[in-house]
Design a protein around this ligand. Sequence first.
Ligand code: ZN
Length: 482
Amino acid sequence: MNFESKALKIKSPPNICAYAVKAVRLYLKFHLIVCVLFISMADNRFVGLRNVFARASAFGNETGTLPNGEYEPSEDTFAALRNAKILVIGAGGLGCEILKDLALSGVTYMHVIDLDTIDVTNLNRQFLFRKKDVGRGKAEVAAEFVMSRVPGCQVIPHQCKIQDMPRSFYEEFNVIISGLDNVEARRWLNSMLHGITTRQIDEDGEEYFDGIIPMIDGGTEGFKGQARLIIPRCTACFECTIASIAPATGFAMCTIAETPRIPQHCIAYAYMSLWEKEFGDRKVDTDSVTDMNWIYEKALERAKAYGIEGVTYFLTMGVVKNIIPAVASTNATIAAACCNEAIKLITFAGQSLNCNYMIMGNEGFYSSTFEYERNRDCIVCSNTALARVVKSSKATTLKEFLNMLKENPSFQLKEPSVSCTSGTGSTRVSRNLYLARPPALRKATEENLSKTLTELGLFSGDFLGITDPVLFMPLNIELELS
Ligand SMILES: [Zn+2]
């Protein structure tokens, strides 16, 4: 042992430089350990999923009532999930849950579309957003958050309407999950996904469709929710069951005033009529508890007078603000069901939902699954090459005809434009009868609205092409006039 050097060390004054070097070395060592730990954790992140896909399944997709593919347990199945491209539509209450569920289930490549910006009232349930994010685009913030929390995950945001994206954009995806809050956008998405399929004939002369992209549609309303699997040309589509969705038109004023039947009529009366009588020009402040309470109490009085039950403050808010109350746990349940379906569709590891799952949590908790039947006359998924025969009278005006297309439960169109084709072959002529948009063309064609179908030169057997914001493809109608 070298006593001299030991003595020297003790005697020498503390060297600041040496301490600094030691500190840096220690930090680097610690950093290395953290990195190694992190990498090994990242590798083990999906060990549970890997195990699932390494084993046989008693409920492989091919054993269900809606078989899409055969399940083969292997590392490739997990890789298929890792490589899948999923589009999430909506980054709100459902969308946040869906993105989180997918990222934590091993999906690495997602796109998300949402037009909205973050409002402070979203923060209680749209958990990917913080107070500092208020005012920013939902899609962008959701994508940033998921990517920062789940390393290796790529989420590409789009702040736009779904109708703004081209057909080629949608064709990229394996599965599309929608967490939309309105029927019109769902109808357009459903129509578009059916429109991009192409009919083919195989060597045995059998018909099949190419370009099928499954749509998983989640929806929630308070404590009620549903998840629905739509495989274009295979299952019932969204439009097949449109007649079961009540048109979202307002209530007729005469009904509200004279023959109220449901609690909503009483609320609408208090809001649209009693308020004005009491307060004149002052508008209802829908964020004011005092104003909303006034309407609620007046609606309640009226409901009592007519023996109608069910007016609540919650419902008053819904009718007046025209908003659907959101419940975080309903969103979580439905988002989980949607993501489960996506994973089953990609890996074939489980039987697909056939085709609707619903939960009701208003009283206790009830859930069930059921199959929607395809509607042979569906304006989207039945054979669209064939025109639908629509009966009308020669004396019907074009306006009345278009109103019928808006009010008829099987059409429920929003803003139809109509063109007409008559004759065949070289004598075939096409002309616009009414164009709802843009304003200049509407002005040029709106004088036709008051003309009868006969005055417009239409005959039985003429074909009408109808376009509408809820439809991706035009609707063909064959006129039968009496
Ligand atoms: Zn259909």
